[in-house]
Design a protein around this ligand. Structure first.
Ligand SMILES: Nc1ncnc2c1ncn2[C@@H]1O[C@H](COP(=O)(O)OP(=O)(O)OP(=O)(O)O)[C@@H](O)[C@H]1O
Ligand SMILES: [Mg+2]
Length: 305
C-alpha cells in the first residue's frame, strides 16, 4: 500500500509558487528523505499532507485517504516550529498528545515514561517544559510525535537544534519506528542524515522535484572519482575522461585524481591498467556524496539559498 501520494500538487502564496506540480509516492514501510535548501518548499508540502494548509492544485492521499482528521490517529508529526505548553510537565505533555491520538491515559503514560527513559529524560518527567533546555524540549516534542506509534511519522527538520549525541538518538528512533513497520518521511537540508537513513529520497528546489530515487540512484547521477597512485599519468587509459596530478608519494609515485567517462565503471579502468602494464600502488573509488549530487542537480546558488 502507498502511505503517501502527491499528484501534481501546487501551492501558491500570492506571487510565490512554493510548491510546483510536485509528484511523488512513498510506499508503506519506507524511510523517505525530503531534501532541499531553505525555501525549497519542504514545510509547505508537509503542511499540505497534514491538512494544515490546502493545495492550490493537485491531489494528496495519506494512508489511502485525503488529508484530514480521519486518519490523524495513525499519523505522528514533528512540526518545524516547535511549540509546547511551557507550564506542562514533560510527561503530562506526552500523555496529553497521546490522548489526542486516542490512547487511554494508562497506555499514554506507560509509553510516555518509556520514551522519556529512552531519551535520557527519565529524571525530568515532572519538570515543566520551560525548565528544560532547548534540545531536551525538542526530545519531548519528538516523544509527542511517536507516543501513539504512528503508521506514518512525519518529521520536519527533526535534526536541527540537536547535539551530535541526540542526533544519533533521533536516528535510532527513526530506525526503530521503521523496524516496527512505520513509514517515516523527514525533511532535512543536512545530506549526511539522509545518507545514513533513507531508503529513498526526493530533492526539491524552488518547489520542483529535481530527483526521486534511492541513494544509489542519486549517486549514479554523477560519475565516481578514482584516487590512483601510479608512476605514470592515467591520461589516455581507455575510459578515463581526465587525470589530474595529485600529491607526490616519492620515488616517482604520484596520486592521480581520475574522472571517468560516463558509463565507465571503476573496475573497467583497473582492468585496463593491468592490460596496459601500468603499475599501481593504490586504487580507490570515491563515490560522489549526496551533497555533490545535490550541488550538481540544484546548482550551488540554489543549494545555498
Ligand atoms: N504562509 C506563507 N505565505 C507566503 N509565502 C509562504 C508561506 N509559507 C511559505 N511561503 C514561501 O514558500 C516558499 C517555500 O517555503 P517553505 O517553508 O515550504 O520552505 P522549506 O523548504 O521548508 O525551507 P526551510 O529549509 O527554510 O524550512 C518560500 O519562498 C516561502 O517564503
Ligand atoms: Mg521548512
Amino acid at each position: 500500500m502507498t502511505a503517501l501520494k502527491l499528484d501534481r500538487v501546487t501551492k501558491r502564496f500570492d506571487a510565490v509558487t512554493a510548491v510546483d506540480q510536485l509528484d511523488f509516492e512513498v510506499p508503506e514501510g519506507e524511510v523517505f528523505g525530503f531534501l532541499g535548501g531553505n525555501g525549497a518548499g519542504k514545510t509547505t508540502s508537509l503542511r499540505m499532507v497534514l491538512d494544515i494548509i490546502r493545495p492550490t492544485e493537485g491531489r494528496i492521499e495519506v494512508l489511502g485517504r485525503p488529508p484530514g482528521r480521519d486518519n490523524a490517529a495513525a499519523i505522528g508529526f514533528l512540526p518545524e516550529e516547535r511549540g509546547l505548553y511551557r507550564r506542562m510537565s514533560a510527561l503530562d505533555t506526552i500523555v496529553y498528545f497521546g490522548r489526542l491520538k486516542g490512547m487511554t491515559p494508562g497506555d499514554a503514560r506507560r509509553e510516555g515514561l518509556a520514551l522519556l527513559d529512552r531519551f535520557g529524560l527519565a529524571a525530568n518527567a515532572r519538570s515543566t517544559v520551560d525548565k528544560l533546555s532547548k534540545g531536551m524540549a525538542q526530545k519531548v516534542q519528538l516523544a509527542t510525535a511517536v507516543v501513539n506509534r504512528p503508521r506514518l511519522l512525519i518529521l520536519d527538520e527533526p535534526f536541527s537544534g540537536l547535539d551530535p549525541v541526540n542526533q544519533g538518538l533521533l536516528e535510532d528512533e527513526i530506525k526503530r519506528a521503521s523496524a516496527s513497520g512505520a513509514t517515516v518521511v523527514f525533511s532535512t537540508h543536512v545530506m549526511q542524515h539522509a545518507e545514513r537513513l533513507c531508503d529513498r529520497l526526493l530533492l526539491l528546489a524552488k518547489g520542483r522535484k529535481k530527483f526521486e530515487g534511492t541513494l544509489d540512484e542519486a549517486r549514479g547521477q554523477l560519475p565516481s572519482r578514482l584516487s590512483v597512485v601510479a608512476r605514470q599519468s592515467l591520461d589516455g587509459v581507455a575510459g578515463v575522461e581526465a587525470a589530474e596530478a595529485g600529491t607526490e608519494h616519492g620515488d616517482g609515485w604520484r596520486e592521480w585524481i581520475v574522472r571517468l567517462r560516463p558509463g565507465v565503471a571503476a573496475g573497467d579502468v583497473l582492468e585496463r591498467c593491468s592490460t596496459d602494464g601500468i603499475a599501481l600502488r593504490r586504487f580507490d573509488e570515491q563515490r560522489p556524496s549526496l551533497h555533490d549530487v545535490f550541488l550538481h542537480l540544484v546548482g550551488p546558488a540554489e543549494a545555498r539559498a
